[in-house]
Design a protein. Structure first.
Length: 169
């Protein structure tokens, strides 16, 4: 798993360095760019030769949802952004943070926002609304549970132990 992450990071870095030599009209910020969805997006963009920047605390520049002071550096030269909020779009306060980030992104010149949302999650509705009204083109992805929750996420260990317990049917 560590080897896989390293390989993907290298590809994204290659892609990002590539963007230094070109106009940055296409630069795409991938928040959560080393996570379950983000690293797959980064991988596919790199395969297409599209410049991207990983938005994570380990990225360069570092991006932290809880540190707005660093957002401007992460957004510099960015024209589209994938928003994968951590830890979960439905946690209280996520909508406020996403709203502030969406406003900062549009002010920085971002023209398209893609929000990773949840399906049938009332807590995600406000985050969707603030992205839709931020002043950029938008896409909302209303995803249900990822299969990868079971194969690489927090449910992997219970699966391997043979017992998954959830407060749901
Ligand atoms: N799992 C599901 O079934 C499901 C379904 C629908 C929607 N969602 C939504 O999907 C989102 C999570 O997406 P995901 O599963 O692709 O990501 P993930 O794998 O859960 O997230 C890990 C990523 O977040 C980054 N990260 C962690 N803390 C951070 C912070 N404070 N600031 C900035 N980045 C941070 C990590 O990098 P660093 O450690 O380097 O910062 C890493 O890139 C959530 O909003 C969730 O509500 C999930």
């Amino acid at each position: 798993m560590e080897r896989l992450n390293l390989a993907l990071s290298t590809e994204c870095m290659t892609s990002y360095q590539h963007s230094d030599h070109q106009p940055s009209e296409d630069l795409i910020l991938i928040t959560g760019g080393t996570g379950k969805t983000g690293r797959r997006i980064a991988d596919r963009l790199a395969a297409r030769g599209r410049p991207s920047r990983i938005g994570s605390r380990a990225g360069s520049p570092a991006f932290d949802w809880d540190e707005p002071a660093g957002w401007a550096a992460a957004l510099r030269g960015v024209r589209a952004a994938y928003l994968s909020y951590y830890p979960d779009i439905a946690v209280p306060g996520a909508d406020r943070t996403i709203s502030a980030f969406a406003v900062a992104a549009v002010e920085a010149g971002v023209r398209r926002l893609v929000l990773l949302s949840g399906r049938g999650e009332p807590g995600a509705a406000e985050a969707e609304r603030v992205v839709q009204s931020a002043g950029a083109e938008w896409t909302v992805l209303r995803c249900s549970w990822f299969n990868q929750n079971f194969s690489e996420g927090y449910l992997l260990e219970p699966i391997l132990d043979g017992r998954v317990e959830l407060p749901a049917g």
